[in-house]
Design a protein around this ligand. Structure first.
Ligand SMILES: [Zn+2]
Length: 73
């Protein structure tokens, strides 16, 4: 019985985390800036949260790199 409750909590938390990450991806808009490309890769900046990153390859990051806001969760 206790195991079932733990399993239920794990599933709820997992669903919540998945929902949160999807929401972030949806609101994350990466813009490429070839002028700032470096040895690390292509430079990308998020138009939404201002996160900056270097990514190898031609694809922008698939996640939002926005730092956790205190009290947002
Ligand atoms: Zn972002």
């Amino acid at each position: 019985m206790v195991l079932a409750i733990i399993l239920f909590i794990v599933v709820v938390v997992w669903l919540f985390v998945t929902y949160q990450s999807r929401k972030r991806m949806k609101f994350c808009r990466w813009r490429e800036n070839r002028g700032k490309d470096g040895p690390q890769g292509h430079y990308y900046v998020c138009m939404n949260c201002g996160a900056e990153t270097f990514q190898t390859g031609e694809k922008p990051p698939s996640i939002c790199l926005r730092p956790e806001e205190p009290g947002a969760a």
